[in-house]
Structure formats: structure tokens, C-alpha cells
Design a protein around this ligand. Structure first.
Ligand code: 9PG
Length: 619
């Protein structure tokens, strides 16, 4: 038994200063806070909420306070947290866990929802868009989630107690309304059941309601980032392209990442080598049989861009200071958010995308650092929510490049991306190392780049794949040199990408491949052709910080050991029987061809960070 007990309703609004009107609310259909009338209607498992003021107002947020009461001992209770954007930490948390609070504001902007950041307090967790709370052993519990239209960001603020756990449900509004306008809050769905089924129903319900469509035919490719970073050159792109063509590597897309442009926010000027060559580059990629892909971060800008000085282009806070979107040494320091509601910025964005698509000929666009559109600030347009700003920006891009352009969202708040992107990064960046480096540990973030965290997010968010978009688990690196990943770690990334079946994008200097490495790539693409037709799901999503048993519905299984110690894994037999049926199942190891017949005694011994990848065969 698990139950939501709402207790209060609060409207936070601004005129000469910030006001809070809070009243008791226990589920009645209508209530007044004083200045605001609120109609709350329960339609099936969802709450529909309408707020009216009767005169013009600026509403900051609306909060339902209360608690969740559960009979499960908190030792066995798990909070499944979803991060704000692609890179933000997602995973299962218990009452003893602690989500790190970043030291620096720009890290919060880069990794989290600035309106709902981690607090660093033990047992206190934030989730965005949805969460699940339930019993680790039975898998049963409650899920709350935001439903369309996704006009606001919906934030959950959860604190473990003994039996009663505090929960604030917060709609981020931050926009002004005219006297005749009412505020339609995105509906809140509240359901109980088992974690896997609830996540599936939630994703499926949204897909159907929004009639989501996306291009699911572009699935394998090459990307320059994780070998070259910003040091990419025109010659190296062409050398990889030639290698790929000569070896007939069956990629769909060939994507140039960050590093070709003059500076971020100055897209129509390029570095020497790329300058004047963008069209010939896309022509050459197309001639090799691939879709030309290009990276852009259209909603941010560095002070080195000539547009930085344009009046009104850079987003400013209420005090008039430019809003920092992050700090990147590779770009020479701090970078800032653009006010994409400004008419001049809109014109520029349109011109950039027209040029990229129609003059240069790129059909696959990786749109990065998209969270910046939604950072808090004083915008030119005051009557749009933070989510609305990003959605309008996406609409502008989509309208400019047309429906036949493949859009990949990255660093992007999830709810605002549904219906706009074809694929979506659901994880932080992978890296040629397993665990977060010193810089990210020092700034205290759980969302910093690392291969391990990227795999965790991609597994936890696998239920979104092929429903809202194609999941991008970030790149595969097969190189055995120029990397700190051990063989076991490299294979774990390989197995995760294989079993998940979303996108497979390799990021190596392919000319350096040995025969074995090139064979790995061909093998990866071949297996991926089969797995990518199906969705995958973790069988143990509540069991630990990172699920370790992932099943692909096409009949594949990956078993991981994400811990730093040797481990015996042996409890996946039931999950397999449930998913694939059949009295007798055989597991065929895809690397060694070894076969295992499933029996109650089955156990796998796995080294730290090791994994195995199997085909599940009946009989
Ligand atoms: C290009 C990269 C790649 C990568 C993206 C994104 O400074 N930073 O904190 C920072 C965060 C993320 C990041 C790069 C820098 O990665 O996810 O695939 O396209 O941008 O710059």
C-alpha cells in the first residue's frame, strides 16, 4: 500500500515583490487561495488543474505540498529519479543515499534544473517530469508523471521519512498572464502498480496522446567528438570518410561534431580548413553513401562571437547580468544563454538553419546545449514559460529545416523534446575513462561525464526508446589505444549499446583500427541491425544504483557488473522465463560462442566492470 496525501496548495506570484498564497487542500474539486481560483478535476488517474486570477498577473510557480505514506519499510523503499535533461543523473535512490550538490552555479545550469537542484541532503531527492516510488522486493509502488501538453516543467521534491515521506509537486510557470487568460497546468498522473509496467504505460500513453512520430531509419553512424574533440580538421574528416567508404562500413550517418565553427554562436563562419568547404564536405559524405551530419549549439553563445554585442540577444537575469550557461575551457571560458524570444535572435536562428540545411546540405543535425533556452532570465517575451521558450525554439528550427531533417536533441530537457526530435541523448557524455575525473568530482556533481554514468542513464531511460524518439546512449569507442577504458569496460559500453538498440554511433579515428578493431565494428553493426528493431528493458531497475540485467525483446540479454568488486550474478532466470517464455532457454555468448543452458543453479562470475552479452534461444 502506497498513497499520496496532498495537504496544501500554494501559488507563488510576483508584482512589486514575491507573494505566496497557501491554503489547505486535501483533494477537493475547487478552492480559492485569495487572489486565485483553482479548479481541480480528477479524470481517471490524472488530475487536471485550471488556475484563474481575473486580472493580469505574473505567476512564478504552483505547488501541491503533502506526503506519500507507504507500508513498506524505508529500508526496502526506492525512489526512481529522472533527471531534467539528457545529461542529468537518473537512477534508483534509497533513503541512505545522497545526491551531490554542485559547488558552482554554472555546473547546476549545465547539469540540473536550476529551479530544482540537488541539495546534498541524505534522503532528499529531486526528480523531473516523473518519478516512481516503490518496494524494491515486490517492484510495486506509485508513479507520478506529467502529461501533455508539456507547457511547464513539472518538478518533484521528495524527502524520505520513517513511514511518511514529504513530497512537493511543483509546476514551474514563470510567465505573465492577461486578465482573461487562465493557467492550464499540465495534468498530473498518479498510478500504482509495478515499476516496469507503469513506466511502459506512461511512455505509451504520451506517445499515443501526442501521436508522436520520428524518423527511425537513421541508426548507425560515425561522430568526430570522442576522439578529436575540438581538434577536428577537414583533412581528418575526409580521411575517416575515405576509410569508411573504402571498407564499405554500413553507416547511415557521418557526423561532424563541435570544432568546425569559428566559435559557438558564430555558426556561419568556420575555422580555416572548414571555411568555404561546408558544401563540398556534405557532398563528399553523401557521395560515400552517408547522410551528412553536423553539430550545433544554437541557443548558446561565447563572448568571442560578434553577435554577443547585439542589443538584447544575450539572456539577462532580473538584475541585468548576462546568464551564464556554463564554462568550457575548450571554448575559452564561460558561455551564455541567448534570449531566443528576441526577434533578432529568431531571425539569426532561422538564417543559420536555412544555411546549414539548404546551402551546406546537412540533413542530420545534433542540437546541443538546448537546456540554455530554458534558463531563468528576463526575456523579451514575458508570456511564455521556460518550457514554452524551448518548444517555440524547436518549432522554429523544425519549421525551417522541414520534416525530412533528422534532429538529435542533446543536453535537452526531456519533456520539451517530445514530438520535436527524431533521436534524443538520454545520458551524459561517455569518455575514454570509466569513472568521473577529478574536475567533476571536485565540483561535486553526479551528472558529470563518465562512461559508467552514461550507461546507467541509458538503461534507466530505455522505456522511452521508440516511443518518444530513438534513444541515443552516446558513442561507442572500440579503440584499444588512446583510451583509459580497460578491455572489460570497453566491452561493457559495447554490450550496453548493442542490447539497448537505440543509436549506434562510433567515435574513433578509424584509420588507426587494427584488423580486430575493425572486425569489432562490423560485428557491432551486424548485431545492432537485429537488436535495434526492438526495445530493451532492465529486469532489475529497483535493485541497485545501476540495473545490471538488460533484456532486448528481440531475444538478447546483457549482464553487467558495475561494481568495483568481483560478483556472482544468478537471479535472472525468472526474468528471462517471464519475457521469453518457453520451458527451456539456452544462452549463447555472442563473443565466445559458448552456450549456457538455463537452470536454477545458473550463476555467472563477473570481474569488476565486466559484462556478458547473450542471444536467448528457445530449446
Ligand atoms: C561538444 C560536446 C559533444 C557531446 C555533447 C556535449 O563544458 N561542459 O561542461 C560540457 C558539457 C557537455 C559537453 C561538452 C562540454 O558535451 O554531449 O556529445 O557534442 O558537447 O562540445
Amino acid at each position: 500500500m502506497i498513497e499520496w496525501m496532498p495537504q496544501s496548495l500554494e501559488v507563488v506570484y510576483r508584482s512589486d515583490r514575491t507573494y505566496r498564497e497557501k491554503v489547505e487542500w486535501k483533494g477537493e474539486p475547487g478552492i480559492s487561495t485569495g487572489n486565485f481560483d483553482i479548479a481541480l478535476e480528477r479524470a481517471g488517474s490524472a488530475w487536471k488543474i485550471l488556475v484563474t486570477c481575473g486580472r493580469s498577473c505574473y505567476v512564478s510557480e504552483i505547488v501541491i505540498g503533502g506526503s506519500v505514506v507507504s507500508r513498506t519499510d524505508r529500508e526496502d523503499l526506492v525512489f526512481l529519479k529522472n533527471g531534467f535533461q539528457s545529461w542529468s543523473y537518473s537512477g534508483a535512490r534509497g533513503y541512505r543515499d545522497r545526491q551531490k550538490k554542485p559547488y558552482l552555479d554554472f555546473i547546476v545550469a549545465l547539469h540540473e534544473n536550476t529551479a530544482n537542484p540537488p541539495t546534498g541532503i541524505r534522503g532528499h531527492f529531486q526528480s523531473e517530469m516523473f518519478f516512481f516510488l516503490g518496494d524494491r522486493t515486490s517492484g510495486e509502488g506509485m508513479m507520478m508523471g506529467q502529461l501533455p501538453g508539456f507547457d511547464q516543467y513539472l518538478m518533484f521534491d521528495f524527502s524520505f521519512g520513517e513511514r511518511e515521506h514529504l513530497l512537493n509537486v511543483r509546476w514551474d510557470i514563470n510567465r505573465s498572464y492577461g486578465a482573461e487568460e487562465s493557467i492550464v497546468l499540465d495534468p498530473l498522473s498518479v498510478r500504482t502498480g509495478s515499476a516496469g509496467a507503469l513506466l511502459d504505460q506512461y511512455a505509451e500513453g504520451i506517445r499515443k496522446e501526442m501521436k508522436v512520430t520520428f524518423n527511425d531509419r537513421v541508426r548507425a553512424g560515425w561522430c568526430s567528438w570522442y576522439y578529436y574533440y575540438t581538434k577536428i580538421t577537414y583533412e581528418e574528416i575526409l580521411a575517416n570518410l575515405e576509410f569508411s567508404r573504402a571498407n564499405a562500413i554500413p553507416f547511415d550517418v557521418f557526423q561532424i561534431d563541435d570544432g568546425y565553427q569559428n566559435t559557438v554562436g558564430d555558426w556561419l563562419n568556420q575555422k580555416i580548413g572548414f571555411s568555404g568547404n561546408m558544401r563540398s564536405l556534405s557532398n563528399k559524405i553523401r557521395a560515400a553513401g552517408y547522410m551528412p551530419g553536423l553539430w550545433l549549439a544554437p541557443f548558446i553563445i561565447t563572448p568571442r562571437s560578434p553577435h554577443f554585442k547585439n542589443q538584447g540577444w544575450v539572456l539577462r537575469d532580473e538584475a541585468g547580468k548576462p546568464v551564464k550557461a556554463g564554462f568550457n575551457p575548450l571554448w575559452g571560458g564561460s558561455f551564455y544563454a541567448l534570449d531566443i524570444t528576441h526577434p533578432g535572435v529568431k531571425e539569426y536562428v532561422k538564417e543559420v538553419f536555412k544555411t546549414v540545411k539548404y546551402t551546406w546540405g546537412f540533413d542530420y543535425l545534433k542540437l546541443d546545449f538546448m537546456y540554455a533556452a530554458s534558463l531563468p532570465g528576463a526575456r523579451y517575451e514575458r508570456n511564455v514559460t521556460r518550457a514554452g521558450v524551448l518548444k517555440n525554439g524547436m518549432k522554429l528550427i523544425r519549421d525551417t529545416v522541414g520534416g525530412d531533417t533528422f534532429l538529435l536533441g542533446c543536453g535537452m530537457p526531456l519533456s520539451a523534446a517530445i514530438g520535436f526530435v527524431d533521436a534524443m541523448r538520454v545520458s551524459c557524455d561517455v569518455a575514454p575513462y570509466w569513472k568521473m575525473n577529478l574536475r567533476d568530482r571536485l565540483v561535486r556533481s553526479d551528472s558529470g561525464l563518465e562512461t559508467r554514468g552514461a550507461i546507467r542513464n541509458s538503461i534507466v531511460r530505455s522505456f522511452m526508446d521508440k516511443r518518444w524518439w530513438i534513444n541515443d546512449p552516446d558513442c561507442l569507442m572500440l579503440r584499444r589505444k588512446n583510451t583509459k577504458l580497460t578491455r572489460d569496460e570497453m566491452e561493457s559500453l559495447f554490450h550496453a549499446i548493442m542490447v539497448l538498440g537505440g543509436l549506434l554511433v562510433v567515435s574513433d579515428r578509424m584509420m588507426d583500427y587494427s584488423r580486430d578493431e575493425l572486425d569489432d565494428l562490423f560485428r557491432a553493426i551486424k548485431i545492432f541491425k537485429e537488436t535495434s528493431a526492438h526495445r530493451a528493458f532492465p529486469a532489475d531497475i529497483l535493485e541497485g544504483e545501476i540495473p545490471e540485467i538488460v533484456l532486448n525483446e528481440g531475444g538478447y540479454l546483457s549482464v553487467f557488473n558495475f561494481s568495483d568488486r568481483k560478483k556472482m550474478k544468478g537471479f535472472f532466470r525468472e526474468a528471462l522465463k517471464k519475457s521469453f517464455g518457453g520451458e527451456k532457454l539456452t544462452l549463447k555468448d555472442m563473443s565466445s560462442d559458448e552456450t549456457l543452458t538455463l537452470s536454477a543453479q545458473n550463476e555467472l562470475s563477473l570481474r569488476p566492470h565486466q559484462s556478458r552479452f547473450f542471444r536467448v534461444e528457445k530449446g
